[in-house]
Ligand binder design. Structure first.
Ligand code: NDP
Ligand code: X2W
Length: 344
């Protein structure tokens, strides 16, 4: 199958190259860049030497129309204009940006502060949280791949929401991310000297992933609830940890909640529920498509505590995009995603 990557020279784009080249049924035919077209990808990413030798090209609708699948790893506000004509030509598109995730155009404009994609295309998009929307993804032509924080948050919350053991309106999420989440661009706040030995809360109360998380919670629980969700930048390259708290509806034990999580994810190869008393770390999923989750009931406060971790560039971006491609094609979901985490 012939695929292309638009935004191939960014961090998510190059992670797509790394993963797709391990896929036995896929060839990467086109890699597209906005400002570095004409360059060999090896000039920008020498770690790919001996593996890939490809020239970055300009966006060309007609040429990309000959492909089966195109991945978009572009900043928000880009794919909303270039996906619709490609989709109309019959190419399946997977968008890693936020442009097609929110069903309500007004929500996108409020939170992203940009013009939304046309409403008819928002309706055509399927939200690509693989483990939750698998049946819809199978039929999809346009996937809105979830944000990195929503992936970790929602996979951690969903068993508790589906089994109605927590009050959705009491959810608090304390989220931390590595710096690769901000992409490969020069930015004062991403300097080593600003990040090293530092922790910074950012986009407090206004993070664009808040409406995305609320949209799925509403879909699952039927309740439209505001959540408290705060992001922090921490001095690591890759990784997201979401520490979550919510009030329990009635008294349950850690053992009971743990069993609910184990049962709900028993057939999910990328979700690992940790034994009681063990908490996952970001390093234990680095480079892999795993989401690791730990749970505990805090008897003193009658709250459920959930900690989930992912690699933002894999399960949070390129890995989940490839998992979705596998689902659409009816291939086994782990194809190309078998690698163990990199440790230490
Ligand atoms: N990094 C992460 O962990 C995650 C990222 N995402 C999302 O994936 C997308 C890519 O993120 P990331 O890889 O981190 O970002 P980067 O900044 O590393 O890369 C962005 C890419 O988009 C291209 N680009 C920039 N402006 C334009 C434009 N106007 N038109 C066309 N292409 C453009 C850049 O090309 P050039 O350099 O040639 O201008 C580059 O290839 C974003 O929407 C991001 O929010 C989602 C989940 C996790
Ligand atoms: C560290 C850092 O800045 N991370 C980014 C990650 C979000 C992202 O990738 O954006 P979309 O998923 O919305 O496209 C952020 O928090 O905004």
């Amino acid at each position: 199958m012939k695929v292309g990557i638009v935004g191939a020279n960014g961090y998510s784009g190059v992670e797509l190259i790394r993963l797709l080249q391990q896929h036995p049924y896929v060839t990467i035919e086109k890699i597209v860049s906005h400002s570095t077209h004409g360059k060999n990808i090896l000039e920008l990413y020498p770690h790919l030497y001996g593996v890939n030798e490809m020239i970055l090209e300009k966006w060309n609708l007609d040429e990309l129309s000959n492909l089966d699948f195109v991945f978009f790893a572009t900043p928000s506000g880009v794919s909303k204009d270039i996906i619709p004509p490609l989709l109309d030509k019959g190419v399946t598109c997977i968008d890693l940006s936020g442009d097609f995730r929110l069903k309500n155009a007004g929500d996108y404009e409020t939170w992203y502060k940009k013009t939304s994609a046309p409403a008819e295309y928002l309706q055509k998009a399927t939200y690509g949280l693989s483990e939750v929307y698998r049946d819809k993804i199978k039929q999809a032509k346009l996937i809105a791949n979830p944000g990195c924080f929503p992936t970790a948050t929602l996979l951690g919350l969903l068993p508790a929401l589906k089994k109605q053991i927590i009050h959705a309106n009491t959810i608090h999420v304390d989220a931390k991310t590595g710096v690769s989440g901000a992409g490969r661009n020069a930015n004062l706040t991403n300097l080593f000297t600003e990040i090293n030995e530092n922790i910074r809360a950012y986009k407090v109360g206004e993070h664009q992933h808040i409406p995305e998380i609320e949209q799925v919670i509403s879909d699952i629980s039927g309740e439209q609830v505001p959540i408290t969700f705060i992001t922090h930048l921490i001095p690591i390259n890759r990784g997201i940890m979401c520490t979550m708290y919510a009030d329990l509806v009635e008294q349950v034990t850690t053992e009971e909640v743990h069993q609910i999580y184990k049962d709900m994810y028993k057939d999910e190869m990328f979700i690992r529920i940790r034994p009681i008393g063990e908490w996952p770390t970001t390093k234990e999923v680095m480079g892999s498509n795993f989401c690791d989750i730990g749970v505990m009931v805090n008897r003193r406060t009658n709250k459920l505590i959930i900690i989930s971790v992912i690699d933002n560039l894999v399960k949070g971006a390129a890995g989940q995009a490839m998992q979705n491609m596998n689902i659409i094609n009816g291939w086994e979901e782990h194809i190309g995603l078998n690698n163990s985490p990199l440790y230490p």
